[in-house]
Design a protein around this ligand. Structure first.
Ligand code: 2HG
Ligand code: ZN
Length: 445
């Protein structure tokens, strides 16, 4: 694209071989060849890009590290990818204000490490936390196991710096949890997948770093016993920082074909529970917990040191990668239902008769339903199965994405099943904030 050649503060890629890498993320969908890829290194590049996008009628697609699970960063027709990997800025921690500033390009692992160096904690922990960029986690409002106690990315953002359609970067929010001078507009951009503007940096809220962990591997005799445990635990005063699970089908798959550590996994179904409050390693805490878990468990294991804790987590963390390697064409979903409806969800899933293995974040009702045979299922039937799954989640008061977002992968389903008032409001906002439709066209709505 000749018009892009004179862009200031930017690296331009237009060689088809270089563009190839931008057609994929970690979802099952694929993008359309972009016109070019631009890596901005300063505001002048963004200003000029926005001007050109409006003048020439092309769209702009934001990209972080490409680890998204819904195709939100994939190019659509007539778009230029804006790859934020060279976006400048340092991570700056303000211990006194319990916050830090980081540019969108910062790797999430560096953000977490910077907080930890000050004895502080940034909780969001998507499975890709060692390879994703902060910007992507903000655009998609990433979740992860810790969301069970700490909430999603959006709950940890105090302010965002956003590129708007005037080509300028504007700040929404301040470095304080309390800020009530009108609605919190910054929240509009978090989880928007870039359709209203691009987040280039953010001020993130921090908590004290937990110093103690109790991590348990909880095999259960009867799978259904797991399903009311999240509520029962909270009712008894225990709030896990993570409550993950494997259903019998995914456990069978892991035992039969997984790596060595997975082959020994016990139980009909299995949960991983973690607690991180002060005192969670005390006898009194453990006794109370075991009183509650003992009756449903079969050979419960408590990690006694950090190595054992990491071994337990390694099995959970590799599950997504293992399934993808073994079933490259699988389709993985991330529906969510209220915790009180988990039992009904699994009964409904059985009635749907679609062969699925499920694991994920039981503690917050966010379930990764994986259709392993998607590659061999005829497209019409696969669509029917997916719509059946989404309808089931919606009918139980849930929704079709708990943490991965809509992107390209779930756009049609979202438009078909989403609440009409919600979709209409999103469209009105889009019209107000991006009347020419230059920001991430063809995504979400
Ligand atoms: C996880 O929790 C990730 O492991 C990925 O959200 C889930 O691949 C998946 O379906
Ligand atoms: Zn997940």
């Amino acid at each position: 694209m000749d018009v892009l050649k004179g862009l200031p503060e930017a690296t331009l890629l237009s060689d088809p071989e270089d563009l190839e890498a931008y057609l994929r993320d970690e979802s099952h969908v694929r993008g359309t060849a972009p016109l070019a890829v631009v890596k901005p290194r300063g505001p002048a590049a963004l200003r000029e890009l926005v001007r050109l996008a409006k003048a020439e009628g092309f769209g702009l697609v934001p990209r972080g590290a490409g680890t998204g699970k819904a195709g939100g960063c994939l190019p659509t027709a007539r778009t230029v990818v804006v790859d934020f990997s060279q976006w400048p800025g340092e991570i700056a921690v303000s211990p006194q204000d319990l916050c830090l500033y980081a540019p969108a390009s910062a790797p999430l692992r560096d953000v977490k490490a910077a907080a930890e160096a000050h004895g502080l904690f940034y909780p969001p922990d998507p499975n890709s936390w060692e390879s994703c960029a902060l910007g992507g986690t903000l655009a998609t409002n990433a979740g992860g196991p810790n969301a069970c106690k700490y909430g999603m990315t959006r709950h940890w953002v105090l302010a965002v710096d956003v590129l708007l359609e005037d080509g300028e970067i504007h700040r929404f929010g301040i470095s304080s949890v309390k800020a009530n001078a009108g609605p919190a507009l910054g929240q509009l951009f978090i989880g928007s997948e870039g359709i209203f503007g691009f987040i280039v940096g953010a001020t993130l809220r921090l908590a004290p770093l937990p110093r103690e962990h109790t991590t348990l591997l909880l095999p259960v005799k009867r799978w259904s016993d797991l399903l009311d445990l999240p509520g029962r635990l909270c009712g008894a005063g225990f709030l896990p920082s993570a409550f993950e699970f494997f259903d019998p089908a995914v456990l069978a798959e892991l035992r039969a074909h997984g790596p060595e550590a997975a082959r020994r996994l016990p139980g009909e179904a299995l949960a991983i529970l973690e607690f991180d409050e002060r005192g969670c390693r005390s006898d009194a805490f453990l006794e109370g917990l075991l009183d509650l878990l003992g009756p449903v468990s079969e050979g419960l294991e408590v990690a006694t040191d950090e190595r054992q804790r990491q071994d337990i987590w390694a099995v959970r963390r590799m599950t997504s990668v293992f399934l993808k390697e073994r079933h490259p064409k699988k389709v993985s979903e991330d529906i969510v239902v209220p915790r009180s409806r988990l039992r009904e969800f699994f009964e409904g899933l059985e009635r749907l008769g679609c062969p699925a293995v499920t694991y994920g974040h039981l503690g917050d009702g966010n379930l990764h339903v994986n259709l392993l045979a998607a590659g061999e299922t005829e497209p019409g039937l696969l669509d029917t199965q997916l719509m059946g799954l989404f309808r089931l989640a919606v009918s139980l008061g849930g929704t079709l994405s708990g943490e991965h977002g809509i992107g390209l992968a779930k756009r049609e389903a979202f438009l078909a099943l989403g609440d009409p008032a919600h979709i209409q409001t999103l469209r009105s906002l889009k019209q107000a904030l991006d009347p020419q439709g230059i920001f991430n066209p063809g995504k979400v709505i």
